[in-house]
Design a protein around this ligand. Structure first.
Ligand code: DQA
Length: 154
C-alpha cells in the first residue's frame, strides 16, 4: 500500500487551542484521525510525525529513504520560512513533496511569504484549514499515479 509521511512541524501539536481564528479548532489528533479514515477508504497508508525540533524533522526525513515512503505531505510551520537544513534533507531523499499550510500565508505577515521548500515541492496548498492535508494527499497520490515512471513490462 502506498505509504505517505505526514510531517508536522513546530507548534502544530497545539492545534485546537492555538490561535483558533487562524488555524481553527480541530486538534492534530482529530486531523490525523480523518486522514487515517481517508487512508482506509482510498487505500493508502499514512504515517504521522510531529516535532518541534528541526534536527528531529531532518532525521525523520532521512528515514524515508529506507522505510518505503512513496511521498511526503509536510506542514513545516515556521521552519518553512527559515530552515535550509530541512530543505537539504528533502533534497537528499528526493521524494515527491507537497507543502501545505492551514492558513493562507499570503494574507499574513510578509516574513511568511517566503518558503524555502516551495520550489522543490511538486505542489503547494494553503489557506483552507485542515482540508489542505486531504487535498495535499489526493494531489500527491495523483502525482504518484501519473508521474512515477512505470517499469517496462517484463
Ligand atoms: C503554518 C503557517 C506558518 O507561517 C506558521 O509558522 C505555522 C503554521 C500554517 O499551517 O498555516 O506554524 O504553516
Amino acid at each position: 500500500m502506498t505509504r505517505i509521511l505526514i510531517l508536522q512541524g513546530p507548534n502544530l501539536n497545539r492545534l485546537g487551542t492555538r490561535e483558533p481564528d487562524q488555524y481553527g479548532r480541530k486538534t492534530l489528533e482529530e486531523i490525523h484521525g480523518e486522514i487515517e479514515r481517508m487512508g482506509e477508504r482510498d487505500g493508502f497508508s499514512p504515517v504521522f510525525f510531529q516535532s518541534n525540533h528541526e534536527g528531529d524533522l531532518v532525521d525523520r526525513i532521512h528515514l524515508t529513504s529506507q522505510d518505503g515512503t512513496a511521498g511526503i505531505v509536510a506542514n513545516l510551520g515556521a521552519y518553512t520560512h527559515t530552515s535550509v537544513a530541512i530543505r537539504d534533507a528533502f533534497l537528499s531523499v528526493g521524494l515527491p513533496l507537497v507543502e501545505v499550510h492551514l492558513s493562507n500565508v499570503y494574507r499574513r505577515e510578509s516574513f511568511r511569504h517566503k518558503s524555502l521548500i516551495s520550489d522543490i515541492a511538486v505542489g503547494v496548498i494553503g489557506g483552507l484549514g485542515p482540508a489542505v492535508y486531504r487535498l495535499g494527499i489526493l494531489g500527491l497520490l495523483d502525482w504518484l499515479e501519473n508521474r512515477t515512471p512505470k517499469s517496462p513490462p517484463p
